[in-house]
Design a protein around this ligand. Structure first.
Ligand code: S3P
Length: 451
């Protein structure tokens, strides 16, 4: 699956204040997991508000390939008739995950302890990303793996006939690695333990508990999260309400802060504590951000977020905040371009292995638009307040968040900003241009959604 082979340049330009109330699509992390866990349950799971993006639809296809029945109802609800843990069928063709790192890594975990063979492929971006971080623990659990050098895709696995539960300390802050090991542990006899020295998003733990798995999380004397999962549970189907994705909400939040006169409300946004680092940071920078109507939905706190144009100041973003805003640094860099002084962002090593080398892609994009910045191996410093910014063309490297971040820049810059490919946005936020057009933004390009 891919967004299409012809790049579609897209330009955003300043058109005045952004105003209105919007709903961004469902959370990508929860949407992937709803399809996966629904496929592993026995019976019918439903998912309302599922994100219908290329990444998530690739996961739906992968689950269909092992026997789950997944259908979309007229009201947009997805109905998943699970095949059951331990009963996955061997897929017939290759599993194409397109751009989706979460989809492929978590699915390799699931398949890795089932007695089936599967081959995974992805687009040019996904084929460059490290898979050893997932394949190494899977090998310890008994999975046979053949992958391109450095454990890149394409990769073929033969799942373990007699899988072994392991104790695994996650070497980098990665919810995907943690989740892959836990999902592999589901079909192991006995207890799988994952030790997480640095906490990352906990959707897998919370949702598996909701599906009836025996999973316990404690914190040890060293402050590390210790997750213990008992294998071979019978997962019970769930009715899931997917809240709006805070990582997608990040774009209208930052746009409202930097476009003069703006006043935007984004409804029903998930506030999971492992996902809200950007909001904390923007408030510290002086952002007028109000969390209204806080409530609980589907086991997560949600709120409506009202954001008004604000005078921002540069800050140092604590490195230990990075896991809670790892996908939001590109758009934070855009906010920083409008802040007074320097914004220093340390602890960014993981940005180098995202859909693109995001640290480099952001730095090159800022430079192309006259925004001073300094990049080191794992830090970025952006100096705000430059004169006459914009006017550049940004290389997106098949990275949806690079495309969206620089289009947000174009909404507030002195000169229009072009991204070389707007089609990549379909990975996570297919309604991006229509949603922003509704707030008053204007795009030029051959993207079908452009307004
Ligand atoms: C995700 C985890 C993060 C994040 C990605 C979604 C998930 O990746 O960047 O967009 O759903 O588990 P890492 O766990 O590799 O940091």
């Amino acid at each position: 699956m891919s967004h299409g082979s012809t790049p579609a340049p897209l330009t955003a330009r300043a058109t005045g204040a952004l105003t209105g109330t919007v709903r961004v699509p469902g959370d990508k992390s929860i949407s992937h997991r709803a399809l996966m866990f629904g496929a592993l349950a026995v019976g019918r799971t439903t998912a309302k508000g599922l994100l219908e993006s290329e990444d998530v639809l690739a996961t739906a296809d992968a689950m269909r390939a092992v026997g789950a029945k997944i259908a979309r109802q007229d009201d947009g609800t997805y109905v998943i008739d699970g095949v059951g843990l331990g009963s996955l069928l061997e897929p017939e063709g290759v599993i194409d995950f397109g751009n989706a790192g979460t989809g492929v890594r978590l699915t390799m975990g699931i398949f890795g302890t089932h007695d089936i063979a599967a081959t995974f492929v992805g687009d040019a971006s996904l084929s460059k990303r490290p898979m050893g971080r997932v394949l190494d623990p899977l090998r310890d659990m008994g999975t046979n793996v053949i992958a391109r050098s450095g454990d890149r895709l394409p990769a073929s696995i033969r799942g373990a006939k007699q899988p072994l539960p392991i104790t695994y300390r996650v070497p980098m802050p990665s919810a995907q690695v943690k989740s892959a090991v836990l999902l592999a542990g589901l079909n192991c006899p006995g207890e799988t333990t994952v030790i997480e020295p640095i906490a990352t998003r906990d959707h897998t733990e919370k949702m598996l508990a909701g599906f009836g798995a025996d999973i316990k999380v404690t914190v040890n004397d060293a402050g590390e999260r210790v997750i213990k999962l008992q294998g071979q549970p019978e997962l019970k189907p769930q009715d899931i309400d997917v809240p709006a994705d805070p990582s997608s909400a990040a774009f209208p939040i930052v746009a409202a802060l930097i476009v003069p006169g703006s006043d935007v409300t984004i409804e029903n946004v998930m506030l999971n504590e492992h996902r809200t680092g950007l909001i904390t940071t923007l408030i510290e920078m002086g952002g007028d951000i109000e969390l209204m109507n806080k409530r609980s939905a589907g086991g997560e706190e949600v709120a409506d977020i009202r954001v008004k144009h604000s005078k921002l100041k540069g800050i140092t973003v604590p490195a230990d905040r990075a896991p809670s805003m790892i996908d939001e640094y590109p758009v934070l860099a855009i906010a920083a371009a409008f802040a007074e002084g320097d914004t220093f962002m340390p602890g960014l090593d993981e940005l180098r292995v995202k859909e693109s080398d995001r640290l480099a892609a952001v730095a090159r994009g800022l430079e192309a638009n006259g925004i001073p910045c300094t990049e080191t191996e794992d830090t970025l410093t952006v100096t705000g307040g430059a004169d006459q910014i914009g006017g550049g063309t940004v290389v997106t490297h098949l990275d949806h968040r690079i495309a969206m971040s620089f289009l947000v820049l174009g909404m507030a810059a002195h000169k229009p900003v072009t991204v070389d490919d707007g089609a990549v946005i379909a990975t996570s936020f297919p309604t991006f241009t229509s949603l922003f057009a509704g707030l008053g933004a204007e795009f030029l390009g051959n993207d079908s959604e452009a307004a």
